[in-house]
Write a protein that binds this ligand. Structure first.
Ligand code: HPA
Ligand code: MG
Length: 223
């Protein structure tokens, strides 16, 4: 696992491939998921260590009051841990980055896939005008939903709009979107845990893991 050398990208930890993940039986995982996972890709402790550093980077970069915007449901855990680290810097490290916290859900416009926008539910969008905004996501895969979200948020006239994603998937389906802050670049595998789900399962798992064929089958959506 090395730091990305591609300066066009936000620098982050690069997880090379699925073979470099950890054996499941070496970690504590919920009993009810033990057959449903192949391996541990990112242990919970490593996620937290990385978020502590990204919180420092954010506090270095941004000095104005900040609206931190959690994209539910998947972003819940990373948002909560990241905000906690920023709060610790504010109380113990002599830093001062006032935060306001917002929570949204995204809904696609089903009849107009090409609109390039999304419907946002859960907040009064006019709160963003003239503000510094940081969007916090769990994962960027194709990049399509984050691009649409940014298009929609930019219409509100924020002073600045930055994006944060815990995970960035290396996939041929990517549209090339690069968040400003990235925790880990991961191989093209379906991952669950740390609030990332498969059909609403696995959010209650602390580590980011690769799902197994058994898990895929067990929690497959009824047709
Ligand atoms: N896991 C969970 N949700 C996702 C993923 C993934 O790998 N990619 C896009 N959404
Ligand atoms: Mg998400």
């Amino acid at each position: 696992m090395t730091e990305s050398s591609n300066k066009a990208h936000a620098s982050c930890i690069v997880i090379p491939d699925a073979e470099n993940t950890y054996p499941l039986d070496q970690f504590a995982v919920p009993q009810h998921y033990k057959d449903d996972l192949n391996s541990v890709m990112i242990p919970n402790g490593l996620i937290l260590n990385r978020l502590e550093k990204l919180a420092q980077d954010i506090v270095e970069d941004i000095h104005a009051p900040l609206v931190v915007l959690c994209v539910l449901k998947g972003g819940h855990q990373v948002f909560s841990d990241l905000v906690n680290f920023i709060k610790q810097l504010n109380t113990r490290a002599g830093r001062s980055l006032p935060l306001s916290l917002e929570f949204i859900r995204m809904k696609s416009y089903h009849n107009d896939q090409s609109s390039g926008k999304v419907e946002i539910i859960g907040m009064n969008m006019s709160n963003l005008k003239g503000k510094h905004v940081l969007v916090v996501e769990d994962i960027v895969d194709t990049g399509r939903s984050l691009v649409k979200l940014c298009n929609t948020l930019n219409e509100q006239g924020p002073e600045t709009l930055r994006t944060f994603s815990l995970l960035l998937k290396r996939t041929p389906h990517s549209n090339g979107f690069q968040p400003d802050y990235v925790g880990f670049e991961i191989p093209d595998e379906f991952v669950v845990g740390y609030c990332l789900d498969y059909n609403e399962y696995f959010r209650d798992l602390d580590h980011i893991c690769i799902i197994s064929p058994v898990g895929r089958e067990k929690y497959k959506e009824a047709a």
